[in-house]
Design a protein. Structure first.
Lengths: 464, 464
């Protein structure tokens, strides 16, 4: 894909534009739905998935058959076929819908309430963002997760999955669409499945109709989206995470955390790519960790001091190049560098990290706090594996993505990250002129304990 | 300014780039400062302004003299000269610094705390955004306000003011820079004054070094910035605000709110530009409000039904064209339209509003709630003037701007809008592998009452 293709024209764009505008209309209606209506829709989705289990798995089977043919031709890899397969995770996929459905409503939460003056109350209340565009990887269960998170949080969604999962995605999207159509109050058009890369390119230009893009997938693709749209993008291209083992580290914890951070999920964005080791304990620590890593088939690329120490210890380590500090291996490779202070470790991290997740191992509280305050990343850990950086592990329920951006959402993004807020001011004929001029009324600006609640039930009967 | 100038090269860009990178270094240091250090710096700024009052007012006088010459030549307008003048608002400018300084620290606030497992505690803590670029209008007191808000919230700032205030801005920036240089812990380079439009253009390209741009000024300029950068922009181009007078309105309140919304600050972004009136009460309401508006020299442009009713009432009203619904007059002009329901009013607003501030006047709670939930704007009011949409009136202290964007900050933006958050995980050697596989430990995911606090005092002594 090149930049020039970003300006798509013709039929595809018109179609996607129309669907985005329909999604906007649906989003405005969704924003007025009650918690009960959205929760009922979540139950309807879970039940419909169970009812259509056979058909869904049959469609998934066809995707897998096709993928296996491509593997035989060398055009796809085995792990991808494995990720495609829904049969083993059907129950957990349905369970996730029920679990997201049973979370507290992230919408309608009063975040702040202030009495501006007598009878003039200001509320800041969480509301859905509006229309979300999500581009996701080959796992078809991701479609269900994304739809569930968006609907629960009152957002309309345009989604595009991997083409290897085309049949699975079609039946899943249709099942969800039909299930929610039976629930009074859920508008048509809240969910829309895109199928081609051209659709995605068309989406990038819809600045007025899409409020947030969430790309999940390859680094190149995420970066392409970030560079070719003016719509805000939440996501991460790289996940270059660090473990720093301080001179005051418990070395046993250091070994456990370094190994877990590297290999517990080697191809994930929160896996560690670089290990920094304080020079005071480098000989002792490398003596323990190198063998352990090599036992797990991890290839080590060290700076000169690491190689020297490893040489003394009888090991042979490749020399890391300058590029190694900026590479997300997503593989059994780890770069290692010796530093002389926590500050040096922080400087290295602030320069090379993708600001995703970085961890310090130390028993020194002051060093830990220096690191936690000074490392400029979405997640900063003390004596814990970088692999904890995940929405489920954080207790957010499911996650829609992980953000290395600084604004709106940072780190794992759950339901709350799919909301924004509006200010609601309730007065009784209040005008600003009374508060200005020669005898201005003062503002009271008192915090209120009350929450704002819409009065439901008679909404649509007030007009003829 | 045209798009082609957005790619600036050469000396100016290099210089601004270097200043932005220095600001990044300063921002990382500011993020680790304690509340006490930043508050001390705020006091130092206030005291330095008072101490240099004479010099500052003399510089301001020179700006005013030059501006008056330009007025004489017809190159500037009188209101601009009035906005330039610091002499009458020097005390309130210093008072604002003290007031922002005495606000609670927006940084270091624990927003969420969760026990993930025994000994593994997750905190979400507010942190500064980093490096902010602000382009502001001709008022030199705005420079002081912006600097105060950024420093209090721990952010570094690159700022560019109006060229008519060049001398005032220079001495104010120098005074603030010198004052904070005397406070241990405040890094050099946290504030930088830009002087030319080329500097601003250079800033737009610094995606890695500037985290947020806040343009304040003309619609065209704000739009230019939004369209020529990939850095997130907080602000508003248009302020097309509406007052809808429902059929269940108290007409007296309707008149007061319509008049105040239109004329209390006619050139402000939260002034009303369109009045929507329910047909049931249109004759009675227009009969009262038209004369009142005309008494205040407001020119009315009405749709056909408004003109007809006004004709019956003996008035003559210009016909509004389709363009009138999308114009921010910023003047004594108001477009008026008759609608047949709250839904019609909402449809009009959701179509033409700039999503800034819209108000309903009604005694019908159901109509009010329909409007408050269904109007897709940053601020939605019930029985109150649109002119209340302001950070000070909202009780946020000073405001750095008003956002019509949906993400991160919406509506008036105060100190809290200048922060983001990071996740801090405190463990004791915890690894993810223990929570997966055959005998996984369960997560506890219990809410914690504790807040995260950095342990200060020994930070820099832990390393040799």
């Amino acid at each position: 894909m090149t930049t020039s293709t970003a300006v798509a024209t013709g039929a595809a764009e018109t179609d996607i534009g129309a669907r985005a505008r329909a999604a906007r209309v649906a989003a405005r209606q969704l924003a007025t739905t009650s918690t009960a209506v959205r929760d009922q829709a979540m139950v309807a989705i879970a039940e419909a998935l169970v009812a259509r289990r056979q058909d869904i798995l049959a469609a998934n089977e066809r995707d897998i058959d096709l993928a296996e043919e491509l593997v035989a031709k060398g055009e796809l890899t085995d792990p991808l076929v494995k990720r495609l397969d829904l049969s083993g995770k059907f129950a957990s996929t349905v369970g996730m819908v029920r679990s997201v459905g049973s979370q507290p409503d992230p919408v309608g939460v009063t975040q702040r309430a202030t009495q501006i003056d007598e009878g003039l109350d200001l509320f800041r209340v969480s509301v859905p963002i509006g229309v979300i565009g999500v581009v996701f990887e080959s796992r078809p269960d991701a479609l269900v997760q994304i739809a569930a998170l968006c609907l629960k949080s009152g957002n309309a969604v345009l989604m595009k999955g991997g083409r290897e999962a085309a049949e699975s995605n079609r039946i899943l999207a249709a099942t969800i669409t039909q299930a929610t159509a039976t629930v009074a109050g859920i508008p048509q058009g809240w969910i829309s499945l895109l199928e081609t890369r051209d659709d995605v390119v068309a989406m990038l230009a819809l600045t007025d109709d899409i409020d947030l893009l969430i790309p999940r997938g390859s680094n190149e693709f995420v970066r392409y989206m970030m560079e070719n749209t003016r719509i805000p993008v939440t996501g991460h291209a790289d996940g270059i995470c660090h473990v720093y083992v301080d001179r005051a580290a418990d070395l046993e914890k250091g070994v456990r955390i370094a190994v877990d951070s590297k290999i517990q999920g080697v191809a994930t964005c929160c896996a560690a790519e670089t290990l920094l080791v304080h020079s005071d304990i480098a000989a002792a620590f490398l003596g323990r960790v190198v063998g352990e890593l090599e036992d797990h088939a991890v290839l080590i690329r060290g700076d000169a001091r690491t190689r020297e120490l490893a040489g003394v210890l009888g090991g042979a380590i490749e020399l890391a190049s300058e590029e190694d500090w900026s590479v997300e291996y997503l593989d059994y490779v780890l770069s290692v560098k010796v530093v002389d202070s926590t500050e040096q470790a922080m400087d290295h991290i602030n320069r090379y990290s993708s600001h995703h997740t970085d961890s310090i191992v130390t028993e020194d509280a002051a060093a830990a706090n220096l690191f936690l305050c000074g490392v400029d990343s979405a997640s900063v850990f003390h004596n814990a594996s970088t692999r904890f950086a995940d929405g489920f592990r954080y207790g957010l329920g499911a996650e829609i993505g992980i953000s290395t951006g600084r604004l709106h959402s940072r780190g794992p993004v759950g339901l709350e990250g799919l909301t924004t807020y509006k200010y609601i001011l309730e007065g009784d004929g209040h005008i600003v002129d009374d508060y200005e001029g020669d005898h201005p009324r003062p503002y009271t600006h008192l915090p209120l304990e009350t929450v704002w609640r819409p009065r439901l039930g008679t909404h649509h009967q007030n007009d003829r």
